[in-house]
Design a protein around this ligand. Sequence first.
Ligand code: FES
Ligand SMILES: [Fe+2]
Length: 437
Amino acid sequence: MDQLTPTGSPDLVDARRGLVARAAFTSDEIFRQEMAQIFDRVWGFVAHESEIPNPGDYVVRRLGSAEVIVVRDATGARVLLNSCKHRGAKLCRADSGTARNFVCPYHGWSYERDGTLITTTFDRHLPADLARSELNLVVAPRVEIFCGLIFACWNRDVAPLDDYLNDFGWYLKAFLARTPGGMEVLAPPHRWRTKSNWKVGALNFIGDSQHILTTHTGPLTLDPVRAAQKGFTKPGERSFQLVTDNGHGATITYLAEGMPEEAYRTHPAALRPLYEALLAPAQLGVLDRLRVAVGTIFPNLSFIEAQCGPAEKAIILRIWQPISGTEMEVLSWVLAEREADADYKSRVLRNGFRNFGAAGVFEQDDLELWAAATQASDNPIAAAYPYSFHTALPYMDKPDPYHDLPGRAYRPSDTEVAQLAFMMHWQQMMTRDASHD
Ligand code: FES
Ligand SMILES: [Fe+2]
């Protein structure tokens, strides 16, 4: 570890010793490698289905290193490179909207919603033998939807999304597909930029119970939150870290012993019969006892389902979009079951943005610390000293043998097992040969 170089060294993560090079969290060179080795090769979340309910509805997002238009056409969701096939102009300037078709603002080429070229307006000058399909927009070759989450991938040969999510999908179904209508996004996402590496967010959400009581002393003294604290359990009692294949993980915390599940469960009673019809008893069991679930789907999609008080909850989806080695853009959505009543949805929305929006009480604490950590690590002196993940080490090889749900569970939940497992998967992706896809 002492000879770490900031350029794709296979030693960036020393799992045996619980060390990760700071360069992984600051280097632009490593950021570029991440784009090529990870983001352009694995499934990436681009939008929730409810953001584009009708034909022509679109949102502009990033897929890997490129900006894309996620649009609903006659057949479903399409993901188009937001760059004209003529000279590359950006077709869509808005964040979202509804379009009959896409017209380039530069020389006027126009495209159907599925990316097919309609006309260059100078078609009469095109060579007679030109295959016009060559001029269609670039389309992401793979798009799949899981529980309303639209994923896409630039890698044509990527394994099916179901296989990629695998055991983690079992939990996602319980969180995001537990009623016939599924979830809906309650408002456009909050978006903000922060001078921090994207993995800081991904790791924080996959399993960083250790920061709660120091980072969030402010909000934890607020009354509504303190009331909800009663529902917290002690680490190790009714709480575990979940680790699944492909780098996904979560921290799941149940209500403390003695808490009235009826009063504190995170969902309104009217929705429960709908859950019963769709979920397996074990999935329902997770939801009924849930205090908070917070997790990350590798590489950069995170979620929270949190109790904010009796029968008050927030459900958040979040992406950590890399901008450089030291900057990311965060997008944060609030969701609720489509079948929930309007009053309930408005409370979920308020809880969601109040706690986890751009000005949310938790975000304010986290973001300042994350940016400062990135800045303090981004110099040659600090770079020589790797980050410590030591509290994972005594537990890494000891998953709970009695865990009877999908994935591996680790207890207690206030270690760094899930974070180190994430970094080990990251390291694997960074060093593996593309021909293995
Ligand atoms: S760049 Fe789009 S029409 Fe020329
Ligand atoms: Fe936090």
